[in-house]
Design a binder for this molecule. Structure first.
Ligand code: MG
Ligand code: ZN
Length: 229
């Protein structure tokens, strides 16, 4: 019994420390007039392809973009985004014991790495995982979860935590929905059941459908944050 209590206390301390650092990150972002958006999903949902389409849209609207790219290993995804000629901070969590999420101390390091760059909006590609990334506050202004239609309609019900903690849910690969006979209304109903306030986007990163709508939402949130400053 004692051991269990001790473990709970340790976890609590880790989370408290993570939240403190996330608040430090928020202060740094405000001092630099930056916003940060944290994209989470299971592996293979299309995060990198989505960012590959989102980046040029945001650049075309005059915003300077920076990327924090999280992966357990490899620089594959960072390389895929390199052609946009924007600053990218790569985090390989294998250096920190292969973490399946990005904790705020690691994000703080990435922000340090990007500090000399002129950036308005930072996009985080979190490690592909639907469980613990949601528990770690990264200091982001908004958290988004991506699920692709290939993952099945009941994903939001099976992994409610991440859908509850995110302000937006992106349904990706909608170009495949007719082929897979995906029930889009059922996915939306399931998301709303877990989080009625979640802003839902229906996107095909492949065909770029829905990218503009998502980009405008990001810009709107960035502008609201600094409206009175
Ligand atoms: Mg990726
Ligand atoms: Zn983890």
């Amino acid at each position: 019994m004692e051991t269990i209590l001790k473990e709970i206390k340790i976890v609590k301390n880790v989370m408290e420390k993570n939240n403190q650092l996330a608040n430090t990150i928020r202060e740094i972002l405000v001092s630099k007039k930056q916003s940060m958006f944290n994209f989470m999903s299971s592996p293979g949902s299309g995060k990198t392809t989505l960012l590959d389409k989102l980046i040029p849209f945001l650049l075309s609207k005059g915003y300077k973009i920076g990327i924090i790219e999280g992966d357990v290993q490899t620089d594959n995804d960072a390389k895929k985004l390199q052609h946009h000629n924007i600053p990218i901070a790569l985090i390989n969590t294998s250096r920190f014991g292969g973490s399946c999420h990005l904790a705020s101390n690691v994000i703080l390091g990435a922000i340090e790495e990007l500090k000399e760059e002129e950036i308005d909006i930072i996009l985080i590609e979190n490690v592909g995982n639907l469980i613990c990334p949601a528990s770690y506050d990264t200091g982001s202004d908004k958290n988004l979860v991506i699920l692709s239609v290939t993952e099945g309609e009941d994903k939001p019900l099976k992994y409610p935590g991440i859908f509850r903690k995110t302000q937006s849910a992106i349904i990706n690969k909608i170009d495949l929905a007719p082929i897979l006979e995906t029930d889009m209304n059922q996915i939306i109903t399931n998301i709303k059941q877990i989080n009625p306030d979640s802003k839902i986007f229906q996107i095909s990163a492949k065909t770029s459908v829905g990218i503009e709508e998502l980009g405008l939402w990001i810009i709107e949130n960035h502008q609201i944050k600094y409206m009175n400053l």
